[in-house]
Design a protein around this ligand. Structure first.
Ligand code: GDP
Length: 478
């Protein structure tokens, strides 16, 4: 719905709608389309209740997700695993080792191509799909685009080192996504490796591993020598069993774009991860604002395949452009319908100038409270020293009321980084900085992603301001 249409619907002037939008901090033109949330807020200001009838893109997407498969059509699917951890702790080595050794017996050729994800078959016939872009940034960037890819996170920690800042980040990112974690304590072949020290540090973060009586599986490995990697894979399968992962292979495919690029000889090449249904050559798909008929499909061994079922990564030729990683794809029965949907999405993207999703801000809380839709305030807390981070985090969590729960999604010492902003974007959080500032890149990304960063130099101020925001009492800043 555009500004002028909304004005007509409510029988008010365009100027009134535009000025309400300006109050919300949005500069809009008469013919600009508004997203659902803005429409709702503006309409509410004029005393209208809004009911969406499936025209809006986000609404339509939400609807699509609701297609529920009948229990009797569901069969087990392989787990999708993402590997995270501090730099140099051995993520790539682990992925490489698994890639190079676990090739189905008798299968010609190993995994020759890097397509962003790969599937391995274990001797017991079970399969595991690994996302081949290690690190929590890639994972969380996808989540920020609305995709949840991955069922289990393996957190790699080097036993000759320690739980490091990026280890903590990776843990927060996995927890924010609700993924179960398995700790791979790596480099045990090295002199000075001390796995117990790592377990102790995890315990200090309330992450007690199984052999210490806790609930988290951990495995000591050497990714370089391949030591005990088989045991790690078994633990992944065990975790997967508990999750009871299922999908329906007998329906049109849906899933997520893992990566995409333009290849000189072959046109646009996209790696798709099928999450439900089965993808076949000849299927018409829409991925983000692009569409096309699948001309050919390849697996990570460069072999042509005719079917890709649930949890299978597949390289696809035939799209009319390169969708972004993290965008969803879906098969359509009708090519003209697919084209229309892709074209409309492209148009919306152009009109909104790739504007990011609107995220929560402190000023916004009061309005959302009035709408009755606000239940959880997610915060990321960064500070100059441990003591202040803990004090602030405790105090803010204690602000929780029956109506609003305050969640600290991540807390750490140090500058506000791009990774913090991505996490905020993926979990719709506000970043609170105490005696620290965002890096240049983080500030830029925050602006693009519409993430609010509030910095304070007095703990009391931070608490008071967030408290009044939660009571809906914060004076909007003009
Ligand atoms: P990433 O940054 O987490 O992907 O780490 P890499 O896999 O690139 O590993 C960083 C360095 O640690 C490389 O020089 C690896 O050879 C080395 N490395 C990784 N795993 C092990 C291991 O199990 N034992 C030893 N000794 N070195 C390892």
């Amino acid at each position: 719905v555009s500004v002028s249409e909304l004005a007509n619907l409510m029988d008010v002037s365009y100027a009134d709608v535009i000025s309400k939008c300006m109050n919300l901090g949005l500069m809009v033109s008469i013919n600009q389309r508004l997203d659902a949330e803005v429409i709702e807020l503006v309409a509410n200001e004029f005393g209208y209740e809004v009911e969406f009838i499936g025209l809006d893109e986000h609404e339509a997407e939400a609807e699509e997700e609701e297609i529920v498969d009948d229990e009797k059509h569901l069969v087990p699917r392989p787990p999708i695993v993402t590997i995270m951890g501090h730099v140099d702790h051995g993520k790539t080595s682990l992925l490489d080792y698994i890639r190079n050794t676990n090739v189905i017996a008798g299968e010609a050729g190993g995994i020759t191509q890097h397509i962003g994800a790969y599937e391995v078959s274990l001797p017991n016939g079970k399969k595991i799909t690994f996302l081949d872009t290690p690190g929590h940034e890639a994972f969380t960037a996808m989540r920020a685009r609305g995709a949840t890819v991955g069922d289990i996170a393996v957190i790699v920690i080097a036993a000759d080192d320690a739980v490091m800042p990026q280890t903590r980040e990776a843990i927060s990112h996995a927890q924010a996504a609700g993924l179960p974690m398995i700790f791979a304590i790596n480099k045990i072949d090295k002199e000075g490796a001390n796995p117990d020290k790592i377990k102790e540090q995890l315990a200090a973060m309330n992450l007690l591993v199984e052999d210490w009586g806790g609930k988290y599986q951990s495995q000591e490995i050497s990714a370089k020598q391949g030591l005990h990697v088989d045991l790690l894979l078994e633990k992944i399968l065990l975790e997967a069993e508990l999750l009871d992962l299922k999908a329906n292979p007998n329906r049109p495919a849906v899933g997520t774009v893992i990566e995409a690029s333009l290849d000189k000889g072959r046109g646009y090449v996209a790696t798709l991860l099928v999450q439900n249904g089965t993808l076949h050559p000849g299927d018409v798909i829409v991925a983000g604002a692009h569409y096309g008929r699948v001309k050919a499909m390849f697996n990570e061994r460069g072999q042509r395949i005719q079917a890709a079922g649930p949890s299978t990564p597949v390289q696809v030729l035939g799209l009319d452009g390169a969708p972004q990683a993290g965008e969803k794809f879906k098969v359509y029965a009708d090519e003209s319908e697919a084209k229309e949907i892709a074209t409309r999405r492209a148009q919306i993207l152009r009109e909104q100038g790739m504007r990011a999703r609107k995220h929560i801000t402190l000023d916004e809380i009061g309005r959302r409270l009035a709408l009755g839709t606000f239940k959880e305030l997610n915060l990321i807390i960064k500070g100059d020293v441990d003591g202040s981070v803990e004090a602030l985090s405790d105090a803010l969590q204690k602000l929780s009321t029956e109506e609003i729960v305050v969640n600290v999604v991540h807390k750490a010492v140090g500058q506000i980084t791009e990774s913090d902003v991505l996490l905020a974007s993926a979990s719709d959080a506000i970043i609170v900085g105490f005696q620290v500032r965002p890096s240049m890149q983080a500030a830029r990304l925050a602006e693009r992603e519409n993430i609010e960063i509030r910095t304070y130099s007095v703990i009391y101020d931070a608490i008071e301001e967030i408290k009044s925001a939660m009571e809906g009492m914060l004076e909007p800043k003009i």
